[in-house]
Write a protein that binds this ligand. Sequence first.
Ligand code: NAP
Length: 292
Amino acid sequence: MKAIKFNITGTTKVYGLIGKPVSHTFSPLIHNMWFSDLGLNSIYIVFEVSPKNLKKAVKGMKALNIQGFNVTIPHKEAIIKFLDKIDPLVELIRAANTIKIENEQLIGKNTDVEGALKSITDKKFDLSNKRALIVGAGGAARAICFGIASKVKKIVIVNRTVAKARKLAKELTKKMKVDAIGKSLSKITFKDELKRTDLIINATPIGMYPNINETPIPKEYLNDSMFVFDLIYNPLETRLLKEASKIGCSVLGGIDMLINQAALAFEWWSGKKPNINLIKNKLAFLKNDVRE
Ligand code: NAP
């Protein structure tokens, strides 16, 4: 295993991540390992930025000649109004997770969508004509829903704040012409819907460290024909995934999506393809580990 080596000079290019909370992130490990592996004079660091400081932070990124940065909870939607250019996908879903700064212009992309789709197809799950149930209606749920909308037959969005689930469902029906409905996060919804569901996606922090004993879906509603995708990567295997595996479901954790979206951002910033297996091997050592 190669150690990450830094040789910071007057020409080191700086990249980063803004969000809050950010202490749990694997992104610096991933990007710095790739910079080191490819011998690039670049570094990736983390900035904890609260919503009230977002505008000032973005101005600072430009002023300090930062080359690019990722955006995480809770800024993926709010960042858009500070960008100079956005690609058509960001325009459609109104959420960006990767920014490049070029000629003092902030350009926004969303690599979560392609990252999530790649992790599902890498597991050989065919989305066509399937019924999907998404728990959550935040930034990640939006990215996933828009990503799968043109392939699946139906999307049921289940959220604690039901109005948000209904709003997202309406938007999907209007923009993507998919059959979508928003419902409340309740046992009644699961009892009604999960009998007919092929694909479950958890896009909430339920089950994430430190609440690792929580699960968004009681195990009695799962069955072995389901594909269960939990976006959480800390822990690498959540309670939902453990219970789903035991029942015989196909399962996917959040780490593959995290690595895929990072690889797309890295390639856009640096023009170089990173070694995905290098980071997969490194993270395999952390299996079942929980980041505190
Ligand atoms: P977000 O925009 O803040 O949305 C959070 C969603 O979770 C909302 O729907 C919220 O419901 C719901 N929620 C939060 N706490 C809850 C609770 N205690 N009980 C029930 N529902 C709850 O966050 P996000 O960016 O979408 O991220 C969601 C999850 O996906 C996080 O765990 C994040 O780590 C993960 N994620 C993973 C990747 C990856 O690459 N693997 C990428 C992005 C995100 P309300 O609307 O009611 O508040």
